[in-house]
Design a protein around this ligand. Structure first.
Ligand SMILES: [Zn+2]
Length: 333
């Protein structure tokens, strides 16, 4: 397997580095290169190259932005009311409960609300874990991105699924909703998506949250689960709670009963309209973020892929590479 190969190469390099001062004294490498060779492999290099899940009891292990998944299931690329997008990424995997949720939301939204069908974006990798690109979270098979663009009435080709662009729901000023694309159907879809008890949170851009707050009328119980976050104007991000019995799966703190349409939303709009801070000439450049290694994940993640754990150099933080899951926090929001 590729990850074993990667590890073997690193170890060989390390052995070579250690012995190159030895008998023949020939090939030498610098201490810096030797240290480089001994660096632990980023966990994303291991999990990001796994093509398939191994059949076993399903389990979400760790936190949304620091974990992995056993016994994941693949969402079929086509269903009666959904199509999976960007198939080359191989991220249409999830805990079986997430797969079931997406299938059910797709068919319910069509039957009960008249939504044409779901275009499903990234869920998780076959065994979850950190990804080579994008997303701080989506690691334990309980997160799914669903496009806000309705599914077209035809089966998309593989190529179309790679190339069709998603639609942003923001107007040109980025502070108001795009009235040409946003419809009452979107409100019904997000309401429907939030109603299932297994849903912990749904992330949308603050402008979308504001549109939902305005459209909800007296029926406001569902709004609390809809959480404003950066990005998330091309898609919404559903996060399920830890499945019952999955010890070692870490939920986020429970939400209060507030619908989030008052002070919290006002504060988000203050952030969105805040002028950028003037550059500070004395500010030190931020330290580069170290990628997560196996040592940063729960021990069961290393066991799951059969890889040895090398000691981590420093406390790592989940990295950010794309705006859609920007600003990872302890809670992975
Ligand atoms: Zn997401």
């Amino acid at each position: 397997m590729q990850h074993q190969l990667a590890f073997t190469l690193v170890m060989l390099f390390a052995v070579f580095a250690a012995s190159s001062d030895g008998l023949n004294g020939a090939e030498k490498i610098t201490p810096k290169a030797a240290a480089q060779a001994l660096k632990p492999v980023p966990a994303r290099e291991l999990f990001g190259r796994i093509a398939q899940a191994v059949p076993m009891t399903a389990r979400s292990i760790g936190g949304y932005a620091r974990g992995c998944m056993a016994g994941g299931k693949m969402l079929p690329v086509n269903g009666p009311a959904w199509q999976a997008m960007r198939l080359s990424r191989n991220r249409n995997w999830g805990h079986p409960l997430l797969v079931k949720y997406v299938e059910r939301l797709a068919t319910d939204a069509r039957q009960l609300d008249g939504w044409p069908g779901l275009l499903v974006g990234d869920m998780a990798q076959p065994m979850g874990g950190p990804m080579l690109t994008g997303h701080a979270s989506h690691q334990i098979g309980l997160d799914a991105d669903i496009w806000l663009k309705p599914m077209p009435p035809k089966e998309l080709t593989r190529e179309e699924r790679e190339n069709i662009s998603a639609d942003s729901m923001l107007g040109d000023d980025k502070l108001t909703i795009n009235g040409k694309l946003w419809t009452p159907g979107h409100v019904k879809l997000l309401r429907r998506a939030s109603l299932y008890p297994e849903v912990a949170r749904i992330f949308v851009h603050p402008v979308i949250k504001k549109a939902l707050c305005g459209a909800a009328g007296d029926d406001r119980g569902w709004l609390g689960k809809i959480r404003p976050w950066w990005g998330h104007h091309y898609h919404f991000h559903v996060r399920l709670t830890c499945p019952v019995g999955n010890t070692g799966c870490m939920n986020q703190p429970a939400l209060g009963s507030d619908d989030g349409c008052g002070v919290e939303l006002d504060n988000w709009f203050k952030l969105l309209t805040r002028p950028p801070a003037p550059p500070d000439p004395n500010q030190k450049p931020p330290k580069p973020k170290l990628p997560l290694t196996l040592a940063d994940l729960p021990a069961d993640c290393a066991k799951l892929i059969g890889a040895p754990v090398q000691a981590s150099e420093a406390p790592a933080t989940a990295d950010i590479e794309q705006p859609e899951d920007a600003k990872p926090t302890a809670t992975g929001e």
